[in-house]
Design a protein around this ligand. Structure first.
Ligand code: GAP
Length: 579
């Protein structure tokens, strides 16, 4: 078994993740989180909230997972959110064309369908299922379409990203944030993509969870993040466009230097790359298996000026993107402004009013009105929009509803005056860190998975970070059939639950088996209740999952001990009496 299979087996057997709808044969791209998986996921999301909602002060919102058609037409998803697909002419099975090609040779991301067809033909790539000939590559739209209400009058789509919900709420959010930039909004929730033949477990799902932050900034200040100094000296493993082009490795670089050298486009983007690094390490991603890859200009989304993916190395799968951090410019708000005809700009006051030259046009309406009748209003508006040099002519030619209208200069007067302007309307830019929670969760499991030989026996241990481990403490009576031990165990478990810890009481099987079970579940601490506990001094044994060190502690001190260990991350060995 390779590591991917081992981690997945453990995930299934210990109740983390398993395929959905198993009794009906399952469906690829759908996975359930079992009791430990759902708890681990919630703890990872809570840690994300600690970074973004508490740390950054970005409020979380909750928008519907179904959106009306206009949203996704404006965002470009209906027209262009597609992957290249190819179908076997013999068995009719369909595949992601770029994935099939990548199984045979290395190609850059983002190749067009014509280029992929060409590569398939030139290299005689055949159907991986039946060896039959493959057809031409075509675009397959990944949106799940539905109808809202009865009948087929109102088309809707399951959202492919949580982001759009935050863009369309922009006017209300702006009011909530007292009309001031910058501000950030977050959302954690399900997104849906009808992925072509998803084959990598929870890495490519058709229903998955995203945690996204949209940070709305005045474009003028994208290179002045107010908290940049907090991350300036942080070292990040960056794999920029040049390094990729020359097949070079990723290089550690300080965040401040990356912005000064222009490797990362601006401070805002760099700040969220740094925050992503800190978050991922905090939930247990191995920093030696983490890098940030800059998107090549050929693969960058049409709206993004610069984009970095956090990638982790997973045995058996290689480097996998788990977070995308993009400077989306004003693309989304401009697109929604155009489609909805609602002003999505922000009034930015100047520090001091500015004197601005303005052309004032006074049309002779007494003549223009009767002469041009219904067109008079549009003519007036068109004249007012013209520059002085365009008006300084014997006659001006206007395009009114596709018809040329000639206005002699005697029909209007114009003059340039100086006026005070107090500010300007700006469509904010958006910097977006977009996290795939499922991929992060799987990577956390992969990086935590460990095997070692202890006393000639193999021990499998999930070295999960203490704060995300689904169970923090397992309470184990030494013997499961001694009433005094079990009763005291239940009592201790109840006290610890009352103090807010995630506790599992377990009295089935030998103590050795229970330790192993909890090692595989990633439980950082086990508390063993024995005869000294009930007969002698009230102390219990606390065992550390990773070092297997054991210390003796009064049962009454347990909640204080675990509170401190969770907060500080200190080793257990510094506490109590060594066993
Ligand atoms: N709003 C930007 C956005 O959605 P993305 O790169 O398409 O960007 C962001 O997605 C993250 O969502 C990815 O880095 C990945 O972790 C996760 N993701 C995307 N598609 C996924 C899928 N089919 N299954 C699981 N996770 C996925």
């Amino acid at each position: 078994m390779d590591k991917y299979d081992k981690v997945f087996e453990l995930a299934k057997n210990r109740g983390f993740i398993w395929p959905s709808f198993e009794i009906y044969g399952g469906a690829s791209g759908f996975y359930d989180y079992g009791p430990l998986g759902a708890t681990l996921k919630r703890k990872i999301e809570d840690e994300w909230r600690r970074f973004y909602c508490v740390g950054e002060g970005f409020y979380e919102i909750e928008a519907p997972t179904i959106g009306v058609e206009a949203i996704f037409e404006a965002s470009g998803h209906v027209g262009g959110f597609a992957d290249p697909m190819v179908t076997c002419e013999k068995c009719k099975e369909s595949f992601r064309a770029d994935h099939i090609v990548k199984e045979t040779m290395e190609i850059p991301d983002g190749l067009k369908k014509e280029q992929l067809t060409d590569i398939i033909r030139k290299n005689a790539i055949k159907c991986p299922e039946c060896g039959g000939p493959l057809g031409d590559v075509y675009d397959f739209n990944l949106m799940f379409q539905t109808w809202i209400g009865p009948g087929q009058k109102k088309k809707g789509y399951l959202r492919p990203e949580t982001a759009q919900g935050m863009f369309v709420d922009f006017p209300r959010l702006l009011r909530f944030y007292r009309e001031k930039l910058p501000f950030g909004v977050t959302q954690i929730g399900k997104s849906y993509r009808n992925e072509i033949s998803p084959r990598q477990g929870v890495i490519r799902l058709r229903e998955f969870t995203q945690a996204e932050a949209e940070v709305f900034v005045n474009p003028q200040f994208k290179s002045q993040h107010p908290n940049f100094n907090a991350v300036r000296e942080l070292m990040l493993p960056l794999w920029d466009e040049n390094a990729q082009l020359t097949n070079g490795p990723s290089t550690p670089m300080r965040v401040g230097v990356a912005v000064e050298k222009g490797t990362i486009a601006n401070q805002y983007l760099a700040y969220y790359v740094a925050l992503t690094y800190q978050f991922l390490v905090s939930v247990g991603i191995d920093e030696k298996k983490l890098r940030f890859r800059q998107h090549m200009c050929t693969e960058r989304a049409h709206y993004a000026t610069d984009c970095w993916d956090a990638e982790v190395f997973l045995d058996g799968l290689g480097w996998i993107e788990i977070v995308g951090i993009a400077d989306r410019t004003s693309y989304d708000l401009t697109a929604h402004q155009k489609r909805s005809e609602v002003d999505l700009s922000v009034f930015i006051p100047f520090e001091k009013p500015m004197k601005v030259k303005k052309t004032v046009v006074t049309p002779d309406m007494k003549t223009i009105g009767p002469k041009f009748k219904g067109k008079a209003g549009k003519i007036m508006a068109a004249l007012k929009a013209m520059k002085p040099e365009e008006l300084d002519k014997p006659e001006v030619r206007l395009d009114i509803d596709g018809e040329e209208v000639v206005i002699e200069s005697s029909l209007f007067k114009h003059e340039t005056v100086e006026v005070d302007v107090n500010g300007e309307n700006v469509v904010p830019h958006v910097v977006e860190p977009s996290y795939g929670v499922d991929r992060i969760l799987y990577s956390v499991l992969d990086h935590a998975y460990d095997e070692e030989i202890v006393k000639d026996e193999e021990r499998i241990v999930l070295r999960l970070d203490r704060k995300v481990a689904p169970i923090t403490v397992a309470v184990l009576p030494l013997l499961g059939n001694d009433e005094r031990l079990t009763a005291r165990g239940v009592e201790i478990a109840k006290d610890l639950k009352g103090a807010g810890f995630f506790v599992e009481y377990d009295d089935s099987g030998t103590i050795g088996k229970r330790y192993r079970r909890n090692d595989e579940a990633g439980t950082p601490f086990c508390v063993t209740v024995d005869f000294d506990t009930v007969e002698k001094d009230g102390t219990v044994t606390v065992r550390d999952r990773d070092s297997m060190a054991q210390v003796r502690i009064p049962a009454a001190d347990l909640s204080g001990l675990f509170g401190e260990l969770l907060c500080t991350g200190k080793p257990l060995e510094g506490y109590g009496k060594k066993v």
